[in-house]
Design a binder for this molecule. Structure first.
Ligand code: C2E
Ligand code: CA
Ligand code: CA
Length: 514
């Protein structure tokens, strides 16, 4: 009785029933004969013309109605198709034709999502290794092509499974492959086949992938949690280098809980200004004179145990707190540094992620202006990896700062993967030789040669060098001999709070200014 569900269907049925009843009634009372007789009796009323006219109107009206009905059907078909296309676009990624994140949110996780019984056997979360680097190499169009090839390969590798592109280079496969002993081998094979070389334009590239695996029935009670488990496993895999595979382990969940607690504490610490700047002296090696201080952030947890900046800076970046943290520290550092001798410079670290923010330069200059700290005594330390990522934005920020007489220091030099073309493109004023070379150059000839090469390169580029991590007098002497301009390390002083700087300046053998 599907027909009765639409209004047109119901109207049609009523029309048939009423029509049938009238037809029966008219036959029964012999209406045609009576009417015929009536017409003959009233010849002068011209009823035959009227009937003929009504007949013509009926036929023409019927044809007209039928034509409109056809139009309506065509219009409905068109709308249906448009709606189907809209639904397709809402749930697919046009580039790869795979399902998109909205599909996962609505059809897999959301209210209309899967029940426990409908869960796939295995969930794979996949992320391409160093897609960003390859994208820079082959350009945006090349990157798009690469993603399309990867999508095709995934379709071949997981026939019949739902493959979702969560965004960027991250994919999710809801697979019917059983979660059993043979799985690891399957995944290794998948990574190998995904990584087969592909030709993009005239460049041959091979891309690796890391994979996190989750068994939804064992690790979760709903699809949202199951996908999160696969993603946690993926995160863990990515920390173990390229082409890594990790199966979800409940211990990962604990780590995440700890991290969430730490993030919460960090938020609170930033709000209450409990992360404070410490200052480590920078010395001119040639004269032994203090050159300035580098600002290093310090935070201790409730029990008084220090949390290393390498840990909380990373969390601040991921939680979107880095700008607030950095601005607070900078403001305090500028105010503290105003109390130092006029010659002393202030160096400040900027995390790679911050350099992707176009407003960074303006914000730094604004804080210098507000606090009254002279920009020409200020240095920004950035690591090489920052330059690798968003060269264009980083370049803009650097130009803006340099135009205001701020000096740019390339930090941790030798540890990132800088290219020489980058070094000549990005204007900077100083190179900081990483601690790892300094700690071993006296006994390791290769490290010594690296330092010599970096100093040579700096002189060639017309920039000065600072060596970090100097702990021994002999290191300081040797670095001076090699042509290094400035030094920093426990030999000259450990990072200290603002309150200890005055004492340091008064008593340290490195205090003099010339
Ligand atoms: P970095 O910029 O390379 O800072 C130098 C690190 O070397 C500091 O570690 C410092 O305490 C340590 N150090 C200095 N001299 C010596 C020495 O003679 N021997 C040894 N073994 N170590 C020495 P710290 O303070 O733990 O900072 C680690 C990293 O965290 C910094 O590396 C920097 O990248 C980052 N960082 C610290 N403060 C900030 C900040 O305010 N903002 C940002 N974005 N990053 C920060
Ligand atoms: Ca630094
Ligand atoms: Ca450094």
């Amino acid at each position: 009785m599907k027909m009765l569900q639409t209004r047109a269907g119901r109207d049609g049925l009523i029309a048939i029933l009423v029509g049938g009843a009238l037809y029966g009634l008219f036959l029964y009372i012999d209406i045609y004969d009576s009417f015929h007789e009536f017409m003959l009796q009233h010849e002068d009323w011209e009823l035959d013309e009227l009937i003929t006219a009504l007949l013509v109107v009926g036929v023409v009206g019927f044809i007209y109605g039928w034509r409109r009905h056809q139009d309506l059907r065509a219009e409905m078909r068109r709308r249906d198709r448009a709606e189907q296309t809209a639904v397709w676009y809402a749930f697919h990624d046009p580039l790869t034709q795979l399902f998109n994140r909205h599909y996962a949110d609505e059809n897999v996780v959301g209210e209309l999502g899967r029940t426990v019984g409908e869960m796939p056997n295995t969930i794979f979360a996949l992320d391409l290794d160093d897609f960003r680097g390859i994208n820079d190499l082959i350009g945006q169009n090349g990157g798009d092509k690469l993603l399309q090839i990867v999508a095709d390969r995934l379709r071949n590798l997981f026939p019949g499974d739902e493959i979702i592109r969560l965004g960027g280079d991250e994919f999710l496969v809801l697979s019917q492959i059983p979660f059993d002993g043979a799985l690891e081998e399957t995944v290794t094979d998948t990574i190998r086949r995904l990584g087969e070389p592909m030709l993009i334009g005239s460049v041959q590239v091979a891309i690796g992938a890391s994979v996190g695996i989750c068994n939804p029935r064992e690790h979760a009670t709903n699809m949202g949690d199951a996908i999160q488990c696969a993603e946690l496993a993926l995160n863990d895999a990515k920390q173990h280098g390229r082409n890594s595979i990790r199966v979800f382990d409940p211990a990962l969940q604990e780590e995440v809980s700890k991290r969430i607690a730490l993030e919460h504490a960090l938020r609170e610490a930033i709000r209450t200004d409990s992360i404070v700047p410490y200052y480590q002296p920078l010395i001119t090696l040639g004269t032994g004179v203090l050159h300035g201080f580098e600002t290093l952030a310090r935070w201790t947890d409730e029990s008084g145990a220090p949390i290393p900046p390498t840990v909380f800076i990373g969390i601040a970046e991921e939680a979107g707190l880095i700008a607030d943290l950095s601005d607070n520290l900078l403001r305090r550092a500028c105010i503290d540094a105003l109390a130092w001798p006029k010659e002393a410079r202030l160096a400040f670290n900027i995390s790679p992620l911050q350099l992707t923010d176009r407003t960074l330069g303006a914000r730094i200059l604004q804080i210098l202006h507000e606090t009254g700290f002279p920009p020409d005594r200020f240095e920004v330390e950035i690591t090489e990896s920052a330059l690798v990522q968003e060269l264009a934005v980083a370049g803009e920020v650097i130009d803006e700062l340099r135009n205001a007489s701020v000096q740019i220091v390339l930090d941790d030099f030798g540890t990132g993967y800088s290219s020489l073309s980058q070094l000549s493109n990005i204007p900077f004023d100083e190179i900081k030789i990483d601690r790892s070379f300094v700690s071993s150059f006296e006994t390791d000839e290769r490290q010594m040669n690296v330092i010599k090469a970096i100093v040579g390169l700096s002189h060639g580029l017309g920039v000065v060098t600072t060596a970090e991590g100097i702990e021994e007098l002999s290191q300081s002497e040797n670095l001076k001999r090699l042509g290094c301009d400035f030094g920093q390390g426990y030999l000259f002083g450990k990072p200290m709070p603002a309150s200890e700087v005055a004492g340091y300046l008064a008593s340290s053998p490195w205090k003099r200014f010339e």
